[in-house]
Write a protein that binds this ligand. Structure first.
Ligand code: AMP
Ligand code: ZN
Length: 112
């Protein structure tokens, strides 16, 4: 999608610190990390948010949730938190579906 920052990252038009890529998804470090380790995993297809998931396009989410533990293992993360913000009121600022993976000593017990 033309004006989408994550589509531009996937296309290589905006630089990113890439962790992993396959046919379906792309993983890269967050530019503004909120914990010791903070990366994002996004589908290559532009899906604006979790609200746009359907039976037809949702298989990529299961795929992403197989990639996340592989990356966590590679990075030596024993514990981590996966977050998806859906909608402005929940803090979504980039409207291309993404899963935050956070790990480190500053992870609190509470979600909000
Ligand atoms: P959210 O607030 O859930 O939509 O998360 C968007 C995330 O994307 C934020 O944590 C930003 O720091 C991150 N972000 C925005 N632009 C970039 C970029 N060019 N490279 C890496 N991460 C980015
Ligand atoms: Zn996009």
């Amino acid at each position: 999608m033309a004006d989408c920052v994550f589509c531009k990252i996937i296309a290589g038009d905006i630089p990113s610190k890439k962790l992993y890529e396959d046919a379906l998804c792309y993983a890269f470090y967050d530019i503004n990390p909120q914990s010791d380790t903070h990366f994002l995993v996004v589908p290559k297809a532009h899906i604006a948010s979790a609200n746009e998931l359907t039976e037809e396009n949702a298989a990529v989410v299961a795929h992403i949730f197989t990639v996340i533990p592989k990356l966590a293992k590679e990075l030596g993360l024993e514990s981590y938190r996966v977050i998806n913000n859906c909608g402005e009121g929940a803090g979504q600022t980039v409207f291309h579906l993404h899963f935050h993976v956070l790990s480190g000593k500053n992870l609190g017990e509470k979600l909000v």
